[in-house]
Design a protein around this ligand. Structure first.
Ligand code: SAM
Ligand code: SF4
Length: 475
């Protein structure tokens, strides 16, 4: 059964569309940017205040290169102030690419007969999950096309299967989902499987463009998609991820669309989305879009810095769609999660030999093909703390993301020590001797930085337990 909009009645006003294109254009066209105003807005953000649409438009309309540099510097400062040096790592796991929709930008579109269509069976899923566990991963996002086969029950079963995979000292501790919008009952089924975040990207917040690039299929309905995460909330999934696919329409409009979506969640549910993703269009089989809105590298850096300043408390996810040098640069502007060792061809994680990307087997081309081990080493070299932490979610500290920032000292007391503990686990179980040595030096450095009141000694004790073979210990 597929969940179509016709089968679903919006229960109340809260779930109706909240994007007003005229309002967004009004801000872009009428708000003037000046040095003074840009500085005021950056200061407000550094006070950890979520920016309004108008304040964000001041940043969007700043075109002077010096001012753009000030915006990037502001984002860098905010990142250190709010998030510290932690970078959370995850991997995408594509489960199936059957699809009934025709999204002009996507290789999996139904009418693309060149694509090899695959859905992993249970055994293949276990093999792939095990390969990821054996690489050191603890957090996955399962990705699905939209198809009657991928029912909520099917998705929930896949989640349970992945949670059930154990290999040596490892297991997957958090499973997120990127799949089609569901109705409330469907989301309830998923919630029961104890997922982490449910992500649905709006792709573009501009309804006429949305209509143009979604040629047919359920996904053509803009409002059904826009209100999907409200239905998730209604079903008890309060951990949701939003996103826009940059390159379909004017990027300034999309930034304000994302911000409006955040406001909506805050106003209605009292908590914003957990994460924002900002994929940029990549080459794909039968890619067929108007190229006039493709985003340059320079503008992409602006997008990320402005988003960082606009929503200080929302996680930002940067994926391997982007090449390593862009990822490295953008990370310092406030990205909190990246994927590592990503392979998006189905079944590829468990293949022994290195395989070349084949666009007929993938949704789009990725540009950062570094292994997880390489990424971890580079993060350590740059003094970032690679984190696989899943503690809050498993300790039942719900509204995790909210607590992270609202409880004073929470990051120092929980997030930073837990990041160090998960790094120690990684070093013990998966790292080369060289990386292990570098990693423990970093851990020591960071423990010394933790102030006494935040139990430096206890962190050290737990690290020793990990060295002795204990696993899965956290605050
Ligand atoms: N089928 C689900 C859906 O449409 O919601 C899952 C989406 S897809 C597997 C994950 C995301 O990849 C899409 O939401 C879209 O933003 C992004 N994407 C699709 N084609 C892309 C391309 N050519 N380049 C970069 N990102 C792309
Ligand atoms: Fe299908 Fe999602 Fe690709 Fe659209 S983006 S064709 S819905 S897999």
């Amino acid at each position: 059964m597929i969940y179509t909009p016709e089968k679903y009645k919006l229960p109340d006003k809260r779930m109706q569309a909240f994007i007003d294109a005229d309002e967004i254009w009004h801000y872009i066209n009428s708000v003037k940017s000046s040095k003074e105003r840009v500085r005021e807005v950056i200061s407000a953000s550094l006070e950890k205040k979520r920016l309004s649409l108008e304040e964000t438009a001041i940043l969007l309309n700043a075109t002077d290169p010096d001012l753009i540099d000030e915006i990037k510097d502001g984002a860098r400062q905010l990142k250190i102030k709010v998030y510290g040096e932690r970078i959370v790592l995850f991997a995408p796991l594509y489960i199936g690419n059957l699809c009934i929709n025709n999204c002009a930008y996507c290789g999996f579109k139904a009418k693309n007969k060149d694509i090899h269509r695959i859905t992993l069976d249970n055994e293949q899923l276990i093999t792939e999950a095990k390969a990821l566990v054996d690489n050191g991963h603890k957090r996955l996002i399962l990705v699905f096309g939209e198809h009657p086969k991928y029912t909520p029950e099917f998705i929930a079963e896949s989640v349970k299967t992945v949670y059930g995979v154990k290999s040596k000292n490892g297991e997957i501790r958090r499973v997120n989902i990127n799949a089609a919008p569901l109705d409330i009952d469907g989301f309830r089924t998923i919630a029961d499987a104890k997922i982490g975040t449910y992500q649905v990207f709006q792709e573009t917040y501009h309804a006429p463009t949305y209509d143009k690039v979604h040629l047919s299929g359920v996904k053509k309905n803009y409002e059904w998609r826009l209100t999907s995460l409200d239905r998730a909330q209604e079903a008890g999934i309060d951990d949701v991820g939003i996103g826009a696919l940059f390159g379909l329409y004017d990027w300034r409009f999309e930034v304000l669309g994302l911000l409006r979506h955040v406001n909506h969640f805050e106003a209605v549910y009292n908590v914003g989305p957990h994460t924002i993703s900002f994929p940029r269009i990549q080459f794909a089989s039968q890619l067929n879009i108007d190229k006039s809105h493709l985003v340059s590298d320079n503008d992409f850096l602006r997008i990320v810095s402005i988003l960082r300043l606009a929503v200080p408390y929302t996680g930002l996810i940067l994926t391997a769609r982007e090449p390593a040098h862009i990822r490295d640069e953008i990370m310092s502007f406030g990205v909190s999660q990246i994927d590592g060792g990503t392979k998006i061809e189905m079944g590829a994680y468990s293949k022994k030999d290195e395989i070349q990307q084949d666009i007929e087997k993938e949704q789009f081309r990725i540009n950062d093909t570094r292994s997880l081990a390489e990424i971890i080493e580079e993060l350590i070299d740059k003094k970032y703390i690679p984190s696989f932490c899943t503690a809050c979610y498993r300790k039942g500290r719900t509204g995790e993301h909210f607590m992270e920032f609202s409880v004073p000292g929470f990051i120092k007391r929980f997030c930073s020590p837990n990041a160090l503990l998960t790094l120690a686990e990684y070093l013990e179980d998966y790292a080369s001797e060289e990386v292990k040595n570098k990693g423990y030096l970093l851990i020591q450095e960071k423990i010394n930085e933790l102030s006494k009141e935040y139990k430096t000694g206890v962190v050290q004790e737990k690290i020793e337990l990990i060295k002795q073979g204990k696993r899965d210990i956290y605050f």
